[in-house]
Design a protein around this ligand. Structure first.
Ligand SMILES: *Cc1c(COP(=O)(O)O)cnc(C)c1O
Length: 354
């Protein structure tokens, strides 16, 4: 039976990935040297197309890492000396904060109940914080932060660096990078690829911070420190041996997205999300977990099934429809439905029909 994965990551593979993967293997992409000309062209191509797709200014660098969690660690090591400040509203934001604790960066946080957003006007970021960490789309709870609120923070605290996790909202989210310093994602969610590649976008201001910390004698890491990553990225290379095949694949998927159109992706995403939210808003028993519509995620939708998770998950599974269970303590309470470019309107309609 054909299966459709609505899990929030890894998720349904984008339809063109199989073709690109076999083409890549046929062309020996997995065997070529990561120091040769052919790799450099692939690297440059992927970077340039990502910049086009996401409207990333030229003075921002793109680094390839192992995962999004790695990006969190690299950001803290390279951009925080005394303290970071974290917006925590779920499991992924909490991890970022906890990495700060582990790295002894004296992180502080504002933490709100799962399924809620923040009252931005009331939040005071401590003076000592050099960096503000925000999860744009909290995959564990289905809360998305309006980007305007993030930009307002930058206006209010222009000297602080803003780090934004867009793992489960890319490529849907439309960003103004001038208000952001560090933006990161991995590819197994919205890009519909196999897991194992992280992407970190870094402003020149964040690069300068990393250099300054190094000059102070602080530990900013080794081969994946920003100065190392920058030095190699200027040659369209990476410090270690990268996942050449996935960097190639990412470039291909980004090209497909560019052809499909960012605007079309955005429209389709919102149309599909509306179907899901309309259905569950009218349901007699079930309801969206996030109550305030202003914070409704368009890409990872969490539904409170009031304890029916097992029943619903199993029923859908018999039809080849795989949805995610709730995160952590909500394992038996919620389901999570991914709404990525790989999920077509008719897939969503089929899911809802059951
Ligand atoms: C999945 C996810 C991560 C972790 O991504 P990895 O690739 O597993 O490191 C981080 N943040 C958010 C919001 C996520 O959804």
């Amino acid at each position: 039976m054909k299966k459709t994965y609505f899990t929030v990551g890894p998720s349904q593979i984008y339809p063109t990935v199989a073709k690109h993967l076999s083409q890549g293997l046929k062309n020996n992409i997995a065997s070529i040297s990561h120091r040769g000309r052919q790799y450099q062209e692939i690297h440059e191509d992927t970077v340039l197309d990502l910049k086009k797709l996401m409207n990333i200014p030229n003075n921002y660098s793109i680094f390839f890492l192992g995962s999004a969690l790695e990006a969190m660690e690299r950001i803290l090591e390279n951009c925080v000396h005394k303290s970071s400040f974290h917006f925590v509203n779920g499991a992924f934001a909490k991890k970022f904060y906890e990495f700060g604790l582990n790295l002894k960066k004296n992180p502080t946080k504002i933490e709100v109940a799962d399924g809620t957003g923040f009252d931005f006007d009331k939040i005071k970021v401590p003076n000592i914080a050099e960096l503000i960490a925000i999860t744009h789309n909290e995959t564990s709870t289905g809360v998305a932060i309006p980007v305007e609120e993030i930009y307002k923070l930058k206006d209010k605290y222009p000297d602080k660096l803003i780090a934004l996790d867009i793992v489960s909202s890319v490529p849907y989210v439309d960003l103004d990078f001038r208000k952001l310093d560090l933006v990161f994602f991995s590819v197994q969610k919205g890009f519909g690829m196999p897991a194992g590649l992280g992407v970190l976008i870094v402003s020149s201001k964040a690069q300068d911070k990393s250099k300054a910390l190094k000059e102070k004698g602080l530990n900013i890491g080794t081969f994946h420190s920003f100065p190392q990553l920058l030095k190699l990225s200027e040659k369209n290379q990476t410090p270690g041996t990268p996942n050449v095949l996935y960097i190639y694949l990412l470039g291909k998927v980004v090209k497909d997205f560019l052809i499909h159109g960012v605007g079309t992706i955005k429209e389709e995403t919102e149309k599909k999300a509306k179907l899901i939210y309309d259905y569950f808003s009218k349901h007699k028993k079930y309801a969206p977990f996030v109550q305030n519509k202003r914070f409704w995620s368009q890409t990872t939708i969490v539904i409170d099934l009031k304890g029916d998770t097992e029943k619903v998950v199993e029923k859908l599974k018999k039809r080849g429809i795989i949805v995610g269970r709730g995160y952590g303590d909500y394992k038996n309470e919620h389901i999570r439905i991914a709404n990525f470019p790989a999920h077509k309107l008719k897939d969503i309609q089929r899911l809802l029909s059951f």
